[in-house]
Write a protein of this length. Structure first.
Lengths: 78, 605
């Protein structure tokens, strides 16, 4: 399975699960911010040197660092 | 008083609505050690409380925990009549998750809820509209569409507000309980699918600007230009205001002492009150100018982008992307920089940033650097044949400060990694839409920053100023050399010996705790010169003739880079961290570190 961190710029996918290595409160916050199962995400841009990626989730645009992005598992976009 | 509570997600335009409701008179309540600010204002016969923007009732950090706790208390309170949930009309789904949670909380406490669909102008600009009546039915509570910016619908809302707050609404059937977290998310998605506007329409503009401002090359140039502008403005715009404040204080001082006539009272007023406490008022304009610029950056949406650009490099040192602006501001003055650190999301990174800001070479160090560099380095010396050696030395000192800050923050990061109290928040940053900032909330922030500084730092500065003045003044008429302070200086001379310095430097160093630049004037007095601040070259010549060794001089310079010789900063750190232990501990820690560095420099050069 792919993670959000592996998404290339302009690529879209659908959120599947969030890795339980993150703590419960962080997982629910991510879900509340839009990273919930079935939600479509689009990678807007990648930063050089493995900097935070920019991702569009529903009506919001977020910037996430590697440590978080690689804990979000994706299903490939239909 | 009857109360109205205002809540909403971050960036939903809540602060502006609050300002439009309450006008410019408001009170800000702070809580020591956290960034939570509760703003209170008056609307009609109601007290309106503006809560910090939050994504959820489930807190991640200590700050959020306190904000949520206060919200729970407020909703439970009998005086609370109405809870206003502010929604971003263009981002219905995201704002509804939190709003629905608050609605459930209000229902549990039998409180009425009203939804405000803010920024409706943005929706209309795209030629779209939202079916308010149907949404009202769906949410089971009144919905008001308005724009706090264009004022559209605000008058109608204001008119309806008193009656909304008066009539206790019959609680609608409870469809979601507070604990059912997932259901809020699902419900928000359902409602958005039905009533929300298409997100790609909303985000098109924002993404277009980001293509430029986050571009690897153009975005980098824009970033540097904006930061250069910010840095310049602190010096150039704040300088006339600072000079004006200084002149005004000087004028009041001379007018007052002129009336009283010479004597101990006049000396006390002139030196302890106007000289000591007055000197710190000079920083107020600088703090306000910096708050204004940071406020513009934040409200326009650029601050989040700046944090994104800086995040990776700074994270190598245990800092956040949001640490950059505080660090940059620290080169002007540590106090607004420490205040600016409030925007850092992770409590641990915020603390580390605040504790390392004092290592940035602030403007109060400039006179000290200028004096010592003039003593140590001949005017026309060059470095590598092209660079002016004096200029290179200045640059070196700034660089040394930044280097020390990065080393210290890396170490602090390693040592606090296991701390439970300082939870590290993951770096998830919303990139809000670009908007033109509105002057009302900005104005409030600027005024508050000045007032907060005065309220927090004035008492400590008064006490220290009083102590130093007493020690330096008595026995009366003896002059600084034979005063109590002079005696103490002689007594503790052995402490300064390893630095290659005598008691005169020691006394000047002790006195400079009030503010670093005091060092120059105090040292001048010890060398029998008055008004040395205005004649740095003259004092430098005297010190040269007196024979300050190169090693001791370099040691002294490095001491001033590292030491936390600023009582206002200590007071600010104490207020922001909520712990005296941390503030004074840092003072002692940097003092010892600075001393050791100076000793080493004095011996190896």
């Amino acid at each position: 399975m792919k993670t959000l961190w592996e998404l290339k710029a302009k690529q879209a996918a659908v959120v599947e699960t969030i890795n339980s290595q993150l703590t419960g409160p962080v997982i629910s916050r991510l879900q509340e911010m839009g990273f919930s199962k079935g939600q479509q995400v689009v990678c807007v841009r990648r930063s050089p040197f493995k900097g935070p990626l920019v991702v569009q989730v529903g009506d919001c645009v977020y910037s996430l660092e590697q440590a978080v992005a690689e804990k979000i598992n994706l299903a490939l976009a239909s | 008083m009857e109360r109205i509570v205002l809540v909403g997600k971050p960036n939903c335009g809540k602060s502006l609505l609050f300002n439009q409701l309450t006008g410019l008179r408001q009170k800000v309540a702070n809580f020591p050690g956290v960034t939570v600010e509760l703003k209170t204002g008056q609307f009609d016969q109601f007290e309106v409380v503006d809560f910090p923007g939050t994504y959820s009732l489930h807190s991640l950090s200590k700050d959020e925990e306190i904000a949520v706790e206060k919200l729970n208390l407020a909703v439970d309170d009998d005086d609370t009549r109405l809870v206003v949930c502010v929604l971003d009309a263009a981002r219905l789904e995201r704002s509804l998750v939190f709003a629905l949670q608050v609605q459930a909380l209000a229902r549990k406490n039998n409180k009425a809820v009203v939804f405000v669909l803010n920024m409706i102008d943005e929706v209309e600009r795209y030629g779209l509209n939202i079916d308010i009546k149907a949404l009202q039915k769906e949410l089971g509570a009144p919905v008001y569409a308005l724009s706090a910016k264009t004022l559209k619908g605000v008058a109608a809302f204001k008119e309806a507000l008193p009656s909304l707050a008066k009539q206790a609404q019959a609680p609608t059937e409870l469809n979601i309980q507070l604990g059912e977290q997932r259901k809020f998310i699902e419900r928000a998605r359902e409602i958005n699918a039905e009533y929300g506007i298409r997100s790609d329409v909303v985000l098109k503009n924002q993404n277009r600007i980001d293509t430029f401002l986050l571009n690897n090359v153009l975005g980098g140039i824009a970033f540097l230009a904006i930061m250069f502008f910010l840095f310049q403005s602190i010096f150039t715009w704040a300088q006339p205001l600072m000079d004006g404040t200084e002149a005004a204080i000087g004028w009041i001082a001379s007018a007052l002492t002129g009336v009283i006539g010479p004597g101990i009272v006049s000396d006390f007023l002139n030196d302890a009150i106007f000289g000591g406490v007055g000197a710190f008022l000079v920083f107020v304009p600088q703090i306000m100018v910096l708050t204004l610029i940071i406020g513009v950056l934040e409200d326009s949406g650029y601050l989040a982008r700046a944090a994104l650009i800086c995040h990776k490099p700074l994270s190598l040192f245990g800092l956040s992307g949001r640490s950059f602006i505080p660090y940059l501001s620290g080169h002007a003055c540590a106090i607004p920089a420490i205040m600016a650190a409030r925007t850092i999301e992770s409590p641990r990174k915020r603390l580390i940033t605040m504790l390392t800001i004092p290592l940035m070479s602030c403007s109060a160090r400039l006179p000290v650097y200028a004096l010592l560099i003039a003593v140590l380095i001949p005017k026309d010396a060059t470095f590598l044949g092209v660079f002016d050696l004096q200029g290179a030395a200045f640059f070196g000192l700034y660089f040394f400060g930044i280097l020390m800050a990065l080393v210290v923050s890396t170490l602090m990061n390693v040592f606090t990694r296991k701390s439970k109290e300082l939870k590290d928040m993951p770096f998830i940053l919303e990139l809000p839409s670009y908007r033109l900032p509105h002057w009302k909330p900005l104005f409030q922030r600027v005024i508050n920053s000045g007032l907060q500084f005065i309220k927090r730092a004035a008492p400590v500065i008064f006490v220290i100023s009083l102590c130093l003045w007493t020690l330096g003044y008595f026995p009366q008429g003896a002059g600084l050399e034979n005063s109590l302070l002079g005696k103490i200086g002689h007594f503790i001379e052995p402490v300064f010996e390893p630095l290659g310095l005598d008691w005169r430097y020691g006394v000047a160093m002790i006195m400079s705790f009030l503010a670093r630049e005091v060092f120059v004037g105090a040292l001048g007095t010890m060398f029998g010169m008055s008004g040395a601040e205005e004649n740095i070259a003259g004092l430098a010549a005297q010190i040269q003739a007196d024979g300050l060794t190169l090693g001791a001089g370099i040691g002294l310079l490095l001491f001033y880079v590292v030491a936390l010789q600023c009582v206002a900063t200590v007071a600010m750190l104490r207020a922001e961290t909520g712990k005296s232990r941390i503030a004074w501990g840092l003072y002692a820690g940097y003092g010892i570190l600075a001393y050791l560095i100076a000793v080493i420099a004095a011996h190896i050069v």
